[in-house]
Ligand binder design. Sequence first.
Ligand code: TMP
Length: 208
Amino acid sequence: MKNFITFEGGECTGKTSIINYIAQKFDEKKIEYITTREPGGIRIAEDIRKIILDVNNTEMTPECEALLYAASRMQHLKQKVIPRLEEGKIVLCDRFLDSSLAYQGYARGLGIDAILKANAFALDYLPDITILIDIKPEIALARLNNKDRESKKDRLDSEGIEFHNKVYEGYHKLIDMYKDRYIVLDGNKPLHILQEECLNIVLKHIEI
Ligand code: TMP
């Protein structure tokens, strides 16, 4: 999947600001691209996102959560990601399968293999590169002041620090599993440095 580039990491790692920065530079350079996100990016997947992240859905089982992420992923892949790649555009995607492996597979304890099976349809479309913004959750989450934290909180943000530490560990397992496509960046660096590093990595990898 040349030109399919995904960004991963825990909460508040700066992924969205990094993607927006690359988009701005691509505009200046007249490079054709789209930005998108998981879960979401299209109407059906955004609707599924609302169900998954709704704080009122306390009874949702880990299995249901995993399958909803997988369902939104397939719709998003087929309806948006694959067509844009076929048109020759670069796709910059905020999260993908690796989020399910780290969050549902590892942190929720469903197991990496179960998540790979649930996402079998997506395995033919693995990204060309995956940039992981690597920063310990207690440091990343401390960036949010209390007011922001309350307004941002969705069902997954509301999980305790132990859950977010497990997500962090999960990503570290994935780095070993997918050495060929993973690029790990130190998320402790200032945002403007990370933005520039990511831009250079992406420019080096894409085919235009
Ligand atoms: P976001 O905050 O980066 O937009 O992502 C929404 C939340 O969904 C975030 O807490 C990570 C979580 N997530 C999973 O647990 N599994 C997945 O497969 C994806 C794509 C996101």
